[in-house]
Design a protein around this ligand. Structure first.
Ligand SMILES: [Zn+2]
Length: 197
């Protein structure tokens, strides 16, 4: 049996992730004091490693920071590989509303969103109500004292942005994938059907 430290952390993180999602904190504190007392370190470990666990997960495309820096611009590297955020309203795809085509990952070219997934949110970043099946992976992001849902490219793990739900946008999903333009490229032809799912 081999248990690496990252595996242990991922397991703990997955556990704390699940409990915090399914049980409101106030409820678990009132009804399960014994559980909380017996495992006091799990929420702490989960929050401590929440961002690094994203980077440690296995994605099909694996590159070192040096390799990524060789193929990405400084801004792409900061956003895609270091969970950065571009300034609002200035990204090249913020107001880009093509009638067809596909947005791909700027890191690995994987197709992520169709043009008809995009909608005008007014938030200052490209907004999509849905992604191509399996193209985007979600993680709980607890940086900056908030709990948000980070979205990354399922192929290379590159940081795309965050997804927000229940904001009341008139879209089929009521979800807003808030994506950095710098994490994306756009192709006018719909090649999503030709590549691997
Ligand atoms: Zn990618």
């Amino acid at each position: 049996m081999r248990f690496s430290f990252p595996t242990l952390i991922r397991t703990l993180y997955a556990f704390s992730n699940t409990t915090s999602r399914t049980t409101p904190r106030t409820f678990s504190a009132l009804s399960r004091p014994t559980v909380l007392r017996s495992m006091p370190t799990i929420p702490f470990i989960g929050s401590l490693f929440s961002s690094s666990s994203t980077r440690n997960m296995s994605y099909p495309v694996q590159k070192s920071d040096d390799e990524w820096q060789a193929i990405l611009s400084k801004e792409q590297f900061r956003v895609l590989r270091k969970q950065g955020t571009e300034a609002p309203y200035v990204g090249k795809y913020d107001k880009h509303m093509p009638s067809s085509g596909v947005y791909t990952c700027a890191g690995c070219d994987a197709p992520l969103y169709r043009a008809n997934h995009k909608f005008k949110s007014g938030c200052g970043w490209p907004a999509f109500f849905d992604a191509l099946p399996g193209a985007v992976t979600r993680h709980t992001d607890r940086t900056f004292g908030m709990e948000r849902t980070e979205i990354v490219c399922s192929n290379c793990g590159g940081h795309l942005g965050h997804v927000f739900k229940g904001e009341g946008y008139p879209t089929p999903t009521d979800e807003r994938h808030c994506v950095n333009s710098v994490s994306l490229n756009f192709g006018p032809e719909d090649k999503a059907g030709e590549s691997k799912a």
